[in-house]
Design a protein around this ligand. Structure first.
Ligand code: BJ8
Length: 456
């Protein structure tokens, strides 16, 4: 924690000059790089493939994030975390493991972090935001599978994800058909897959199923860690996760301001980092940015000058390093002011009631909270439609871009009623269907630019 604390406390000048001196800094980075390579090797990563991935990511990050103007200073912390996302954070997780803690990896916001924390384990999101090893992937799952699922296979087959390799348990979930069938195949590739069954209907029976599955998951995590989940531990877990969600809500609410105090790209990055970082440290860093944004707002200082069309993005989750659509939108003269997404407000919307005294009451509170998540796998799913309209109003968006990944039936099917509900209220809407490749960037940019012109 001390190394990270130093980062949180760094002044601007120290970020640039690294007060230890340039030579010492370079030497320290060289030693760290050597240490990381040994660490990645010990996790079984393919070093050459991993180097290639980090190279592409580093260049992409530079071009997309660091080239933005007028960023909040507090984003320095998130730049640092991204720079160390396969380095220092993995070292920290391995240190935790050496001290007896377990790591649980997840692909979905239905996996309750509160229970994982209460059982003395750490929850991490598993990367699924870039194409990798596609030739190998398409030998195992059909070509016409969504990019997110293909990516999770690519990161495993290409041996490039240290989070996946250091997870003691990998949690899959029966959500969309693509995922639930893909996990049958993933089961043969990893030794520690746990599959959580999830309801598809918001009925009393559906809620009972979720409750039964959360108890089954609690038992499985207890068996993994050897620590029983009791009321005290669960209450602490709930408080930690609530504090993280409160900070994310605070960030969302600050984005109501016009002019927008932070870019959509940076806000998305904060949401993405929330899946990897230590929750308490993340909460502290995000609250610092929110304090800075509050000052910006009182000074009427925006991230982009003048009147800029404001966009709400709605649809499939954008996992690291999927920044394609936000980058297109924000380099086309608009600013994103909200994300109706699991890596955004759908994933963090509600808090869990902390007031229960017994384990049963707290487990019920967790079930109540997660049962409100309005993922498109639910049928029917009217809450999502009202949330999109509500968010458009709350964040004073001028229009909505619906983001659907190719071959994602739940979100592409639902994009039709979403468009209808928005059009009924005269809200301009653009439906996008894409994947992780860069082949359609030119075509998407033309469509987004035309949409932004319409909003002016
Ligand atoms: S709660 S959105 S994180 S399931 S894009 S894999 S739906 S075919 S990701 Fe999700 Fe949980 Fe729902 Fe959220 Fe399938 Fe669509 Fe692919 Fe998707």
């Amino acid at each position: 924690m001390r190394k990270w604390q130093g980062v949180l406390d760094r002044t601007d000048e120290e970020w640039v000059n690294h007060s230890e001196g340039e030579d010492t800094f370079r030497e320290r980075r060289r030693t760290m790089a050597e240490d990381y390579r040994k660490m990645w090797e010990s996790l079984g990563l393919d070093l050459a493939a991993h180097d290639a991935l980090l190279d592409v990511l580093g260049k992409g990050y530079q071009g997309i994030f660091l080239s933005q103007k007028n960023r909040p200073e507090g984003m320095g912390y998130f730049d640092f975390v991204m720079g160390e996302v396969h380095g220092l954070r993995i070292r920290e997780l391995l240190d935790e493991k050496a001290a007896g803690r377990k790591v649980v990896g997840s692909y979905c916001v239905f996996v309750p972090e509160e229970i994982v924390l209460a059982a003395n384990a750490t929850l991490v999101g598993l990367c699924s935001g870039a194409d990798f090893a596609m030739d190998d992937v398409e030998k195992l799952i059909p070509r016409n599978t969504c990019s997110l699922i293909k990516s999770s296979f690519g990161f495993k087959l290409g041996k490039v994800c240290p989070y996946l390799e250091c997870s003691d348990m990998i949690v899959g979930e029966n959500t969309c058909d693509g995922k639930k069938k893909a996990y049958e195949t993933l089961d043969g590739l990893v030794p520690n897959l746990y599959v959580m069954d999830l309801p598809q209907v918001k009925s009393a029976e559906g809620k009972e199923l979720l409750k039964a599955e959360y108890y089954r998951f609690k038992d499985a995590v207890e068996a993994l860690t050897g620590k029983s989940v009791d009321a005290g531990g669960l209450k602490e877990g709930i408080k930690t996760v609530n504090a993280k969600r409160r900070a994310l809500h605070r960030l969302s609410i600050l984005r109501k301001a016009d002019p927008a105090p932070i870019s959509g790209l940076d806000a998305l990055l904060a949401n993405q980092v929330s899946f990897y970082d230590n929750p308490a440290r993340f909460t502290e860093s995000l609250n610092k940015i929110c304090d800075e944004l509050k000052t910006r707002i009182s000074n009427k200082e925006g991230v982009v000058p003048g009147k800029t069309p404001r966009i709400l993005v709605s649809g499939c989750p954008m996992a690291v390093p999927n920044w394609k659509l936000p980058w297109i939108v924000e380099t086309s003269g608009a600013v994103i002011v909200g994300e109706e997404s699991c890596v955004g407000e759908r994933g963090s919307r509600n808090l869990t009631d902390e007031s229960g005294a017994s384990l049963e009451e707290l487990m019920d509170a967790i079930v109540d909270r997660y049962f409100k998540v309005d993922c498109a796998i639910f049928t029917p799913n009217p809450d999502r439609l009202s949330h999109i309209v509500e968010m458009k109003e709350t964040y004073k968006a001028d229009g909505v871009v619906h983001y659907g990944l190719q071959f994602c039936q739940p979100y592409l099917m639902e994009s039709m009623p979403v468009e209808k509900a928005l059009e009924d209220k005269n809200i301009p809407t653009l439906r996008i269907e894409t994947d992780y490749s860069m082949e359609d960037v030119g075509q998407l940019k033309t469509r987004v630019e035309a949409f932004v012109e319409l909003l002016k």
